[in-house]
Design a protein. Structure first.
Length: 95
C-alpha cells in the first residue's frame, strides 16, 4: 500500500496577504513578512516567528507561512522574517 503526501491547503482563510518589508540597520536589513489580521478580528497581541537556519529553513518555509496565515486569520498580527545573510535579507555568508 502506498501513500501520497498531500500538502495542507490554505483554502479560504479569511486573512489579508502578507506584506513584505525590510527593517534593521543599513547594510544588515532583514526581510520581514507581516501578516495582518482582518480588522474585525484583530487582537491586542502579536506573534513573531523566528526562522530556523540552513536546511531546516528550506524544510520549514511553507509551514511557517501557513502558521502565520492561520494566526492572522484568528486575529493575531504575525511577523516572520529572515535573519541577516539568509534568504533575501542583506549581508553575505561571511557575516
Amino acid at each position: 500500500m502506498s501513500t501520497t503526501f498531500v500538502p495542507p491547503q490554505l483554502g479560504n482563510i479569511d486573512a489579508p496577504r502578507a506584506e513584505p518589508f525590510y527593517f534593521g540597520p543599513q547594510g544588515s536589513e532583514c526581510l520581514g513578512w507581516l501578516h495582518r489580521p482582518p480588522t474585525d478580528k484583530a487582537r491586542n497581541i502579536g506573534v513573531v516567528l523566528c526562522n530556523p537556519l540552513g536546511y531546516d529553513l528550506m524544510c520549514a518555509h511553507r509551514s511557517y507561512r501557513y502558521i502565520a496565515t492561520r494566526l492572522a486569520a484568528e486575529g493575531y498580527a504575525t511577523l516572520r522574517f529572515e535573519y541577516p545573510s539568509t534568504g533575501d535579507s542583506a549581508g553575505s555568508v561571511d557575516d
